[in-house]
Design a protein around this ligand. Structure first.
Ligand SMILES: NC(=O)c1ccc[n+]([C@@H]2O[C@H](COP(=O)([O-])OP(=O)(O)OC[C@H]3O[C@@H](n4cnc5c(N)ncnc54)[C@H](O)[C@@H]3O)[C@@H](O)[C@H]2O)c1
Length: 254
């Protein structure tokens, strides 16, 4: 049975942009399903949301595992009876390096998580939303889904895939009551940035150099991403679909 509370899914909701987005969606009246392969992180975010007076449930899922993805969406159908908002956010940067030396196993992992799994989750979300005749989806692309980063070829390719997938899905669903958009963040201070890839630690010259690559002279904050994702999902963006929205301090304007 559906209730007045909206249901929102955030993959990779246990950390960084996904965590901030889970909080904002809960503040805006969603029962948030915080889905992450790291169940401890997802449980922590649920506890934070509940502490703040919101409603959330955790779900352990590796978005690359088809059976686990199916059981996530079976739960969404059975327990929540539908899905209003979905954020396909789980992703990795992977190692940084030139194409000729790039480890093919690492490239495959990046493609599996950053584009194939987004396609698989999107497919499940659309099946539910087409049945109910409504819904809104935001996929996490990147500035590297609009332009290219040297030494990020696999990630750049995957994120361009997310951008194309978003536009294709928006066209297919434009007359169905469903909207599909993508967020394209600039470098944003999350564990992905500090622990993966360049391993940029705040306070170091390298961190400041990456901030300076953005015309506004700094890196992004997960909260800034979450607010924009929430807007794209909301009725305030009712005529917005197929949009690749950069939130990047002017990075792609250069
Ligand atoms: N941080 C940035 O600078 C930046 C810039 C542009 C785009 N993005 C994109 O934003 C999204 C979120 O990034 P973030 O910086 O918040 O990262 P993060 O590492 O802080 O969080 C990612 C979350 O995804 C989860 N996850 C990873 N692989 C998973 C899998 N296979 N199944 C389920 N969960 C999985 C992790 O456990 C983690 O909780 C990613 O798609 C990323 O590519 C980030």
């Amino acid at each position: 049975m559906r209730t007045d509370t909206k249901t929102g899914l955030v993959t990779g909701g246990g950390s960084g942009i996904g965590r901030a987005t889970s909080h904002v969606l809960a503040e805006r009246g969603h029962h948030v399903i915080v889905a992450d392969m790291n169940i401890d992180a997802a449980d922590r975010v649920v506890a934070e949301i509940e502490h703040a007076g919101g409603v959330a449930s955790s779900h352990q899922v590796n978005v690359c595992n088809d059976e686990e993805v199916e059981s996530l969406f079976a739960r969404i159908r059975d327990e929540f009876g539908g899905l209003d908002s979905a954020v396909n956010n789980a992703g990795i940067t992977g190692p940084i390096g030139s194409i000729e030396d790039f480890d093919l196993g690492a490239a495959q992992t990046i493609f599996d998580i950053d584009i194939i799994a987004v396609f698989v989750c999107l497919q499940q979300e659309l099946k539910i939303m087409l049945e109910q005749g409504s819904g809104s989806i935001v996929n996490l692309s990147s500035i590297w889904g609009l332009t290219a980063g040297a030494n990020y070829a696999a990630y750049t390719s995957a994120k361009h895939g997310v951008s194309g997938l978003t536009r294709a899905a928006a066209l297919e669903t434009a007359r169905t009551g469903i909207r599909v958009n993508a967020l394209c963040p600039g470098f944003t201070v999350t564990p992905m940035l500090t622990d993966q890839g360049l391993k940029l630690k705040p306070g170091t010259p390298e961190f400041d150099d990456v901030g300076a690559m953005h015309p506004m002279g700094r890196l992004g904050d997960p909260e800034e991403m979450a607010q924009t994702i929430s807007w794209l999902l909301s009725e305030e963006a009712s005529f917005v679909t197929g949009h690749l929205m950069s939130v990047d301090g002017g990075f792609v304007a250069q």
